[in-house]
Design a protein around this ligand. Structure first.
Ligand code: 5RP
Length: 221
C-alpha cells in the first residue's frame, strides 16, 4: 500500500451509515472514495455524497455511490479531501487539481473537514507550493496585475500550451508568494480583488489531517 492509499483508506473510517459526505478531488482522496465504495458493497455502508469536481462525480457514479447536489444536503456531516500543503497549524494550500472553488464551497458547509495527504505535503509554513487562484476569464490579465500587486508572481496555468479551464469554466493563476506568514490575511486580500473568484488557501478549516509516511499514518488535530 502506498502512502496516499494508507492515508486515504484510514480516513474513510470517519464515515458511518446515514452520513452526508463531501467527496474531495485528487489522487489521495481517490483511495478514500474507493474504500467507501468497497464498504458500501461489502459492509452495507449507506451514505450520500456531494462531489467536488466532475472527475470525482464520475468516479463516484462508477462505484455506485448515491450523489446529491450541495443545496439538497447541506449541512454535510463531513468532507474528506486532499491538499497540496498542510502547515503545522493545519492551514492548507489546495487547488493543484484546479477544483478548490467547489472544494471550498463543500468544505464550508461541512461540520468537519478531514484532509488526507502523504508526508511530502506536510510543511512548517505554507508557501513552497504556489497558491492557485481561480479568476474569471474576462479581463484575466488585469486581474493578474491586481493579484501581483499583492506581492506574488502570478502565472496562468496551462497544459499542452492551452490555458487550463476549471469545471466552472474559469482560469487558474498559480501565485508564488514565497513563504506565507499570514495565510488568512493573504486570502482576504486576494478575495477582495475584482476578478478573483476563489483562492486555494484554506485557513482554519481543517479539523483533522491524516498524514501517511514510512512510520505509518499520523492523525493531526
Ligand atoms: C484539487 C486539490 C487536491 O486535493 C490536491 O491537489 C491534492 O491532490 P493529490 O491528492 O492528488 O496530491 O486541491 O484541487
Amino acid at each position: 500500500m502506498n502512502f496516499k492509499e494508507a492515508a486515504g483508506v484510514q480516513a474513510a473510517d470517519v464515515v458511518t451509515s446515514g452520513m452526508k459526505v463531501g467527496l474531495g478531488t485528487g489522487s489521495t482522496v481517490y483511495y478514500t472514495i474507493l474504500e467507501l465504495g468497497r464498504r458500501m458493497k461489502e459492509e452495507g455502508l449507506q451514505f450520500t455524497g456531494v462531489p467536488t469536481s466532475e472527475a470525482t462525480e464520475k468516479l463516484a457514479l462508477e462505484l455506485g455511490i448515491p450523489l446529491a447536489e450541495l443545496w439538497e444536503l447541506e449541512p454535510l456531516d463531513v468532507t474528506i479531501d486532499g491538499a497540496d500543503e498542510v502547515s503545522d497549524s493545519l492551514d492548507l494550500i489546495k487547488g493543484g487539481g484546479a477544483a478548490h472553488f467547489r472544494e471550498k464551497m463543500v468544505a464550508t458547509v461541512s461540520k468537519r473537514l478531514v484532509i488526507v495527504a502523504d508526508e511530502s505535503k506536510a510543511v512548517a509554513k505554507l508557501g513552497a507550493f504556489t497558491v492557485p487562484v481561480e479568476v474569471a476569464v474576462y479581463g484575466w490579465r488585469s486581474t493578474a496585475r491586481r493579484v501581483e500587486a499583492e506581492g506574488c508572481v502570478a502565472v496562468r496555468r496551462e497544459r499542452s500550451g492551452e490555458p487550463v479551464r476549471t469545471d466552472n469554466g474559469n482560469y487558474i493563476l498559480d501565485c508564488d508568494f514565497g513563504l506565507i506568514v499570514d495565510p488568512g490575511a493573504v486570502d482576504r486580500r486576494l478575495k477582495s480583488l475584482l476578478g478573483v473568484l476563489e483562492t486555494g488557501l484554506f485557513v482554519g478549516m481543517a479539523d483533522t489531517v491524516y498524514v501517511a509516511g514510512p512510520q505509518g499514518v499520523r492523525v493531526l488535530k
